[in-house]
Ligand binder design. Structure first.
Ligand code: ZN
Length: 264
């Protein structure tokens, strides 16, 4: 599933069409409830990321809010294989198009007249996400630390991949109760979260495979961070730090990867 770095990479690509006017909207999936008359004729002011949401702000108010879920994408380029999975197309006046490619139809798209309708936690790359803020979040929870990091109402944009990687970097067991982390551990975890996200954005995100469901950026290019992953998706391989075998467990219904040798 696309997380903060993948969504951020797509958003940066889409901002190249800011200022363009939407001439026509083709809605190809009847399950999508999009008011064509409110979108067509409007100018794209800017595209913003909020957590894992993509917000296309339209001039004079209103926005199109897209969540990619497992395998959705917003792209400026659509391959032949992706055509049949395209659920809407925004035709722009600069001859470009924005395609919503949504193979498993789990992604969502909606038009919102005012504001942002979802409650999200702190943005981990913003100035508001300080070590103190993270300390506040973990100190008030007896939940295991990894599902807590993935709670979108606490921290917006972190998912399975980058929470697993951040915990490996600071040698913390993902099953540890959040409120047992020391101040020192919280400080290191805070830095690790920010650095893993920044590095992944620099590498344009993580792509695991090459099917229509795998992540690509707005221009159809794959991410390059997968080769830098220490534990995520690497069950059975050796930990790059201590050589112990990496394991996969399930927490709150989601896969967690970690090294039982050095994450305590
Ligand atoms: Zn290890």
């Amino acid at each position: 599933m696309p997380e903060l770095p993948e969504v951020e990479t797509i958003v940066r690509g889409l901002n190249s069409v800011a200022g363009a006017q939407i001439e026509r909207v083709d809605v190809l999936d009847q399950r999508l409830d999009l008011p064509r008359d409110k979108i067509a004729g409007r100018t794209i002011e800017r595209v913003e990321r909020r957590g894992k949401y993509i917000v296309i702000h339209l001039a004079e108010g209103g926005s199109l809010i897209v969540h990619l879920r497992m395998s959705g994408r917003l792209a400026l380029i659509c391959s032949a294989a992706e055509e049949k999975h395209t659920r809407f197309i925004l035709h722009l006046d600069n001859d470009k198009k924005i395609y919503f490619i949504n193979p498993r139809r789990l992604g969502t798209a909606e038009f919102v007249q005012d504001g942002f309708p979802y409650e999200l936690g702190v943005e981990p790359l913003s100035g508001e996400f300080t070590a103190e803020k993270l300390h506040e979040l973990v100190a008030s929870s007896r939940a295991p630390v990894k599902p807590l990091l993935m709670d979108q109402k606490k921290i917006a944009g972190l998912g399975n991949i980058y929470s697993s990687e951040a915990l490996w970097r600071v040698k913390i067991d993902p099953r540890r109760k959040a409120n047992t982390l020391s101040e020192n551990e919280v400080g290191r975890l805070h830095r690790a979260i920010r650095s893993v996200l920044r590095e992944a954005i620099d590498k344009m995100g993580t792509t695991f495979g090459y099917t229509v469901s795998d992540y690509k950026d707005a221009y159809g290019d794959y991410g390059k961070f997968q080769s830098m992953l220490a534990v995520y998706g690497r069950a059975g391989e050796k930990c790059p730090r201590c050589g112990e075998e990496i394991v996969r467990i399930v927490q709150a219904g989601r896969s967690t990867y970690f090294c039982p040798g050095c994450q305590k």
